[in-house]
Design a protein around this ligand. Structure first.
Ligand code: HAM
Length: 420
C-alpha cells in the first residue's frame, strides 16, 4: 500500500465539512471588509522566498521544499502566502491605479518541512489577507480587526499580542543594541543563535532552544529604541484597537519569524487550555519594504495569516458547534426500471429547484433503501410506484411524522417548497 507522506493528511468526511464551514465563515467576513479573493501558484521561483521571507529565517534555512524542475529551474513549494501575493501585485501591475489600496484574501495549502506534531504539519492550509498600498495605521488596525472578528465568529476566544519593530532607523538602532548585548554572552547561546548574531540578531529572540533563558528574557526591547514617529504610530494603533474593543496585550519579545516586517507585528493567541504552542493561531504585521525588495515600486503593505487546520483543532478542543448540515431534504426510492427512470427525471428536476436529494444506486431492497434514507437523515421520502406514476402522481412521506401524501408530479416542487 502506498501511504501518505509524513506530516500530511487527508481531509475526509466530517473533517471536510468542518473545513468547508470555516472557509464559508471566512468568505463572509472578508466580504464585509471588502477583501477580494486571490489565487496564486503553489510553486514559485525559490528566489522569491529567499528575498522575502529571508535567507537567515528558519523557514528558508530549514523548512522549504525545494527542487529543480525538468527545465533546471530552482522551484520552491510556497511556505507562506504573502510573497506570492506581492509577486502577483507587481507582475500584474495592480498598482496602476493606486487611489485605493489593494485588499485581497486567500485560502490554500502551504508547505514547510517541520517536525510534525499536533497542529504542526508539513502541508497545512492558511487563510491570509493582504492590504497593499497604504501606510495609514488605520489599515494595520483593520487587518487586526478582521483577524480578531474571524476567530470571534468561529466562536474562539482570542487575545492579540502586539509589538512594533519600528521603522528602518529604529530597527537599525535596535539591531546594534542587540549585538552589543548578546556579544559578551555568545558562549551561552545555542549554535544557531551564534550564527544568527552575525546574520540577523533579531532572530535570536525567536529561538525555541534559548527561549526560556535569562539572556533572552533580559534582552533589550524594541519599544525602547523607537524614534518618535514610530512610537506615535504604535500609540495610534493602540488607540484604534481600544476604539474597536479588541482584546490585546503588549508582548515586547514578539519579533515574528519572517524577515519582511517593520512597525506593527502581532500574533493571535487562542485562550485554549492545554493547547501548548499550538495556541498561536495566526500572525501578521506590516511589511513596507517588501514590494520594492521584490522589484516593484516603494509601496507599503500590511497583512495577516491564520493556520486553518490549527484553528479547527482549537474549535474541536473547545467543543464549538460547527454549523454543519448533516441531513438531506429528500431520498427517492424505487423498485423497478420504470420507477428508476422517473427517479432519474425527478432527481434532475428537484436538485435544479434547490433540494438536496439522494437515491439508491445499488438496486437495494425497499427495506434497505429505508435504512439508507435514515443514514442520510432524510427529512422526506419519495416512494415511487408504477401505479401512482400512471396517474402522474408520487407518494411523499414525512420521515419524522411518517405521514404520507399523494402529490401530483406537476405540483411536487411547490408542495415540497411549503414543507422544506
Ligand atoms: P506565520 O506566522 O509564519 O505567518 O504563519 C501564520 C500561521 O500559519 C501560524 O500562526 C500558524 O497558525 C500557521 N502555521 C504556520 N506553520 C504551520 C505548520 N507547519 N502547520 C500548521 N500551521 C502552521 C505567515 O505565514 C505570514 N505570511 C503572515 C502574514 C501575512 N504576514 C503578513 N501578511
Amino acid at each position: 500500500m502506498i501511504t501518505k507522506q509524513k506530516g500530511t493528511y487527508d481531509v475526509i468526511g466530517i473533517d471536510a465539512k468542518k473545513k468547508k464551514y470555516v472557509c464559508d465563515v471566512i468568505d463572509a467576513v472578508c466580504e464585509k471588509y471588502n477583501y477580494t479573493y486571490i489565487e496564486t501558484p503553489i510553486f514559485e521561483s525559490s528566489e522569491l522566498f529567499h528575498r522575502s521571507v529571508g535567507e537567515s529565517s528558519d523557514i528558508v534555512t530549514k523548512e522549504t521544499y525545494d527542487f529543480l524542475d525538468r527545465g533546471n529551474r530552482n522551484i520552491t513549494l510556497r511556505p507562506e502566502g504573502t510573497a506570492g501575493v506581492v509577486r502577483s501585485f507587481i507582475e500584474n501591475k495592480m498598482y496602476g491605479n493606486m487611489s485605493e489600496p489593494v485588499k485581497v484574501y486567500y485560502i490554500g495549502p502551504m508547505f514547510r518541512y517541520e517536525r510534525p506534531q499536533s497542529g504542526r504539519t508539513r502541508q497545512f492550509t492558511q487563510f491570509g489577507i493582504e492590504c497593499i498600498g497604504t501606510d495609514d495605521v488605520m489599515s494595520d488596525a483593520e487587518i487586526i480587526s478582521l483577524a480578531y472578528n474571524a476567530y470571534k465568529l468561529l466562536g474562539i476566544d482570542v487575545k492579540v499580542k502586539i509589538n512594533t519593530l519600528g521603522d528602518n532607523e529604529s530597527r537599525d538602532k535596535y539591531r546594534k543594541a542587540l549585538i552589543n548585548y548578546f556579544e559578551p554572552n555568545i558562549d551561552n547561546l545555542c549554535e544557531d543563535c551564534r550564527e544568527r548574531l552575525i546574520k540577523n540578531p533579531l532572530r535570536i529572540l525567536d529561538c525555541k532552544v534559548d527561549a526560556d533563558t535569562d539572556i533572552l528574557k533580559n534582552a533589550p526591547k524594541t519599544i525602547d529604541y523607537l524614534n518618535k514617529e514610530s512610537l506615535d504610530r504604535f500609540n495610534k494603533l493602540k488607540d484604534y484597537l481600544d476604539l474597536m474593543d479588541i482584546d490585546y496585550e503588549l508582548d515586547t519579545n514578539l519579533v515574528r519569524g519572517l524577515d519582511y516586517y517593520n512597525h506593527t507585528v502581532f500574533e493571535i493567541v487562542g485562550n485554549i487550555p492545554d493547547f501548548g504552542s499550538q495556541n498561536v493561531l495566526g500572525g501578521g504585521g506590516r511589511y513596507n519594504g517588501l514590494v520594492e525588495e521584490l522589484g516593484g515600486p516603494n509601496i507599503p503593505a500590511v497583512g495577516f495569516a491564520m493556520g486553518l487546520d490549527r484553528t479547527i483543532l482549537a474549535m474541536e478542543s473547545l467543543n464549538i458547534n460547527f454549523k454543519i448540515r448533516d441531513d438531506i431534504d429528500i431520498f427517492l426510492m424505487y423498485g423497478n426500471e420504470e420507477e428508476k427512470d422517473t427517479a432519474t427525471y425527478l432527481l434532475q428536476d428537484l436538485r435544479m429547484n434547490g433540494f438536496i436529494c439522494e437515491t439508491d444506486y445499488m438496486n437495494k431492497s425497499f427495506k434497505n433503501q429505508f435504512k439508507s434514507a435514515d443514514r442520510f437523515n432524510s427529512k422526506y421520502l419519495i416512494l415511487l410506484n408504477s401505479e401512482d406514476i400512471k396517474q402522474y402522481k408520487v407518494k411523499v412521506k414525512d420521515n419524522t411524522t411518517k405521514e404520507e401524501e399523494l402529490v401530483n408530479i406537476n405540483d411536487l416542487v411547490d408542495y415540497l417548497d411549503t414543507k422544506l
